[in-house]
Design a protein around this ligand. Structure first.
Ligand code: NAD
Ligand code: TDX
Length: 330
């Protein structure tokens, strides 16, 4: 099976490529990645079954040619960081909307199977005391330019399924953590700050809740949906991992042998979503998927070890990332 992975040099995509090589002996993988600030060729394993093509998913010619030679497209490529979308939304519109449109058109032309990777942020946020969680029936209500552009990309996929009969599935996942995540994101930022002797930074009071899932569990779920999901269907992916940001910072500090209160509060993110929570019942009951990492502390400890052991991977990104946060006062 020839698999085209867009964004395969990014966090989740690179872990997906690794999982695919390890579990699918018949698969060959082509990664299409622009290698933006968030992409790193070093995240892709050196393997004869993998080819990296540096290119833009909004480039029609490149996309059409690669899609014509593939059996399955798994679409991870995106501008993915909320904070960046508040500073400059423009690349979010280009990649998440025009890029997804370009892929859809190529898949339509070549009748290629498509899987679209998306986020729970398209549903907006929940109150802290809301007993409910997001389901596939929750109305879209995105808050940031990032989540609005992802919501738009989801709707494009749905339209291509309905209007053109595209064989596509979709998944919306909660917050991922694990190896190869850019140090701009919450958990790796705090781990690498502590390694550098810098205090972690908590936005606002830290009451906001995220529903954490290990990246490998996200990716086994993506393969489950590709293998067994119904075409045209959206599956929500989550592992019942709700934690406040304050609880996460404290867990990182304790796991790294620091005092539990050795962090700073910094100004809050504008429009900051309060709480995300996924109801993954359909995925579990209809498709029989279950997460392997059921305990956040275990997954977090492995992730901390990975950042300790792989400083050469993240060190070149750290200074520039922190300078950008400094400019935002965060
Ligand atoms: P990331 O920012 O780590 O990686 C994105 C990758 O896409 C990078 O390698 C980048 O170079 C590439 N890319 C960006 N623009 C491109 C373009 N125009 N053409 C080709 N490649 C381009 O992101 P991630 O955290 O790995 O997220 C992957 C996907 O999963 C995204 O679609 C995101 O919305 C979704 N998602 C992420 C999370 C999370 O917690 N990180 C949760 C749910 C869903
Ligand atoms: O230094 C920080 N301090 C802090 O308190 C950073 C970087 C973040 N935060 C907070 C903001 C969020 O409530 O931590 C939480 C997580 O922040 P991010 O890592 O930026 O993730 P989030 O905005 O929740 O979005 C992530 O999950 C959904 C991914 O970046 C998205 O791509 C995905 O769609």
């Amino acid at each position: 099976m020839r698999v085209l992975v867009t964004g395969g040099a990014g966090f989740i995509g690179a872990n997906f490529v690794r999982l695919t090589l390890a579990t699918r002996p018949d698969a060959t993988v082509t990664v299409l990645d622009k290698l933006t600030y968030a992409g790193n060729a070093a995240s892709i394993p050196d393997d004869p079954r993998v080819t990296l093509v540096q290119g833009d998913i909004a480039d029609r010619e490149v996309v059409d040619s690669l899609v014509s030679e593939t059996d399955l497209v798994v679409h991870f490529a995106a501008e993915s960081h909320n904070d960046n979308s508040l500073t400059d939304p423009s690349p979010f519109i280009h990649t998440n909307l025009v890029g997804t449109f370009t892929l859809l058109e190529a898949c339509r032309a070549h009748a290629t199977r498509f899987h679209h990777v998306s986020t729970d942020e398209v549903y907006g946020d929940l109150a802290l005391d809301d007993p409910g969680k997001f389901t596939a029936d929750t109305p879209y209500n995105p808050s940031s330019p990032y989540s609005a552009s992802k919501a738009g990309s989801d709707l494009l996929v749905r339209a291509w399924v309905r209007s053109f009969g595209l064989a596509a599935t979709m998944s919306n996942c909660s917050n991922n953590y694990g190896p190869f995540q850019h140090v701009e994101k919450f958990i790796p930022r705090q781990i690498t700050n502590i390694i550098d002797g810098v205090r972690p930074k908590l936005y606002g009071a830290g009451a906001n809740v995220r529903d954490w899932i290990h990246v490998d569990d996200h990716n086994t779920a993506v393969w489950t949906v590709i293998d067994a999901g119904r075409v045209g269907q959206t599956y929500l992916i989550g592992a019942d991992g709700e934690l406040s940001n304050k609880a996460v910072v404290e867990a990182v500090l304790v796991a790294m042998g620091q005092p539990v209160d050795a962090y700073d509060h910094v100004p809050d993110r504008p429009g900051h979503d309060l709480r995300y929570a996924i109801d993954a019942t359909a995925l579990r009951e209809e498709l029989g998927w279950a997460p392997r990492y059921r305990d956040f502390a275990t997954g977090l400890a492995a992730t901390i070890d990975w950042y300790r052991d792989n400083e050469a991977w993240w060190r070149p990104l750290k200074r520039e990332t922190e300078l950008a946060y400094e400019r935002l006062g965060r």
